[in-house]
Design a protein around this ligand. Structure first.
Ligand code: KPL
Length: 314
């Protein structure tokens, strides 16, 4: 077992792979296209970091996912978008990862952990919730636009003692690896709660930044925008409360949305990046999924339905 595999050559995938490789950790990146794998393999990844935007090139191995040999590792960091996690991709991932390997999922939204767990029996499914900001600036270059925090936890409910003990060990290993690469990473025993909190933040910031085409910091810039943000926030919080979001009062959670806008002020949200690049967005896994959650408990979700329809229509 050697190289950690990072699956995904988007902004987050390149950031993870680039920083791991820069820390001397052997990494192999699986990309969607052969072209990207060739460029990364030949030239490495250009990593741009810090206020001074210092650039450095880091070398690592890369292969196109479809053509890649099975992973010679028991740790795979999955940094593809939910939209790229097709049934076919999951079947292929099943063939490329051994029994007992830990698969760490970095997707926004909800619904993905259940799908990966079903498609990858016998694998340890870990969920990572991250607020790292990254911008893909080229086919093999990425800018670290904001340092955040990553929480990693075992997916599932850990129903016996042995499972609980194992639960802590795998997330710890993944968090330690990220720490070595210079990220701030922690183990979480309540990863579902963290996912829901992140969903609340993404459900407000991502569609509105994509619709208004503004960086995160400009979202709360006017009273009109704030009013829309608050309406979407309140509706989303109401839905998530019915689906297990327990911690945090409304004020604290609203403050956390504004804090993410501040801390990632210069960032283009991942959804704005997708819209500008003409790619599919994660709207279905965010506000679309929230509409379904609302419907399942007989609630109406007009704000979520509206932003989902507007983003889809772009
Ligand atoms: O997760 C993000 C995203 O863009 O998807 C935030 C936290 C909003 C940072 O841009």
């Amino acid at each position: 077992m050697d190289r950690t595999v990072v699956m995904g050559g988007g902004a987050l995938g390149m950031l993870l792979a680039g920083k791991l490789a820069a820390a001397g950790i052997p990494v192999r990146m699986w990309t969607r296209t052969r072209e990207q794998a060739l460029v990364v393999g030949e030239r490495g990844i250009e990593l741009e970091e810090g206020a001074e935007r210092v650039k450095r090139v880091v070398r690592l191995e890369a292969a196109a996912f479809e053509e890649a040999a099975p992973a010679e590792t028991d740790l795979v960091l999955v940094a593809i978008k939910q939209t790229a996690a097709s049934d076919r991709t999951l079947r292929e991932l099943d063939l490329k990862t051994g029994a007992g390997s830990a698969i760490v999922l970095f997707q926004n939204g909800i619904g993905h952990a259940e799908r990966f767990a079903e498609a990858l029996p016998g694998r340890r499914i870990l969920v990572a919730v991250t607020t790292e900001g990254a911008l893909r600036t080229g086919v093999a270059s990425v800018r670290h636009t904001g340092s955040g925090t990553t929480w990693i936890g075992e997916w599932g409910d850990g129903s016996d003692e042995e499972a609980v003990a194992r639960s802590a060990a795998e997330p710890r290993r993944a968090a330690d690896l990220l720490e070595k690469a210079g990220f701030s990473a922690f183990v979480s025993n309540s990863i579902r709660e963290r996912m829901l909190r992140k969903l609340l933040i993404n459900a407000v910031i991502n569609p509105l930044t994509a619709l208004w085409r503004v960086p995160n910091g400009e979202l709360p810039a006017t009273p009109d925008r704030m009013a829309v943000m608050e309406a979407l926030f309140r509706e989303t919080l109401g839905i998530l409360r019915k689906h297990g979001l327990k911690d945090g009062g409304e004020r604290e959670l609203w403050a956390s949305v504004l804090e993410v806008c501040r801390a990632t002020a210069a960032n283009r949200s991942s959804m704005l990046q997708d819209v500008l690049a003409g790619r599919d967005t994660e709207i279905g896994a965010l506000n679309g999924a929230l509409c379904e959650l609302a419907a399942s408990v007989g609630m109406k979700a007009p704000w979520n339905a509206a932003v989902a329809a507007l983003v889809k229509a772009i």
